[in-house]
Design a protein around this ligand. Structure first.
Ligand code: FPP
Length: 239
């Protein structure tokens, strides 16, 4: 079990930019895919740690719209890995009360991956301990663009009054509809950028960047990030 703090200090939603698998592999003189395989262990450890700490939503940036540009072998390897993880972890997710969800352009994924995902999403939909949200073929700008297209269609059909569009209306058209905004954004491997991740949703998130590479990020590193978060003074623009 991880450290228990005052529940108010536990972020309800943690989002993670999992970075550094490639660097980890090259440090270990291994092919890049071995880095992603090692990263899979961190996914499992962090999901368990999130449950232990009482985090309710965990979003992981697993594959961006830009990642399709990586070499074919790596993309295929990642897709195979993803499919394997879902298949092999489905029972465990059931036991742990994990609800699997995705954000992103699911239609871009290979059919076999999509089917595996959709089966797992359906099988876990009644679970309530942790929503594990995988960002797959995800890009924040495309998400916002698609939301604008959908709102445009509703306006054209006379179902939406442009003057009545609020921040809530916009939120409700994003992939994250119904999911509270992240309280804490973690990025591993030291890079100080957002990389087109949840631009709308992280408006008030606390940001935690660690030099630790994703395959080395486990429950202790997660606990450190939560402890750091607990010490922050969140003012949401007030004083
Ligand atoms: C970033 O490292 C990582 C990814 C693009 C893929 C993340 C995938 C996993 C952790 C595999 C398992 C995932 C799930 C959700 C089952 P990088 O390749 O950009 O590293 P680098 O910047 O050091 O090259």
């Amino acid at each position: 079990m991880g450290k228990k703090s005052n529940p108010a200090e536990i972020p309800r939603h943690v989002a993670i930019i999992m970075d550094g698998n490639g660097r980890w592999a090259s440090q270990h003189h291994l092919p890049r895919l071995s880095g992603h395989e090692a990263g899979r262990k961190s996914v499992k450890a962090v999901a368990q740690a999130a449950i232990d700490h009482g985090v309710r939503y965990l979003t992981l940036y697993a594959f961006s719209v830009e990642n399709w540009q990586r070499p074919r072998d790596e993309v295929q390897g990642l897709m195979g890995l993803l499919r394997g993880v879902i298949r092999e972890e489905l029972n465990e997710m059931g036991k742990e009360g994990i609800r699997l969800r995705t954000i992103g352009r699911r239609q871009d994924l290979p059919e076999a991956v999509r089917e595996e995902l959709e089966g797992a999403i359906e099988r876990t939909k009644a679970n309530t301990r942790l929503d594990l949200i995988l960002a797959l073929s995800y890009g924040s700008r495309v998400e916002i663009t698609e939301a604008m297209q959908a709102m445009g269609r509703e306006i054209k059909a006379g179902k939406l009054d442009p003057e009545k569009i609020t921040e809530e209306t916009v939120s409700a058209h994003l992939y994250t509809e119904g999911i509270p905004d992240p309280d804490l954004l973690i990025r591993t491997s030291g890079e100080m950028r957002i990389s087109n991740f949840m631009l709308w949703q992280i408006s008030y998130a606390e940001i935690y960047v660690t030099p630790v590479l994703w395959p080395d990020f486990g429950k202790d590193e997660f606990a450190k990030a939560l402890a750091d978060y607990a010490g922050r003074d969140r003012r949401f623009g007030g004083i």
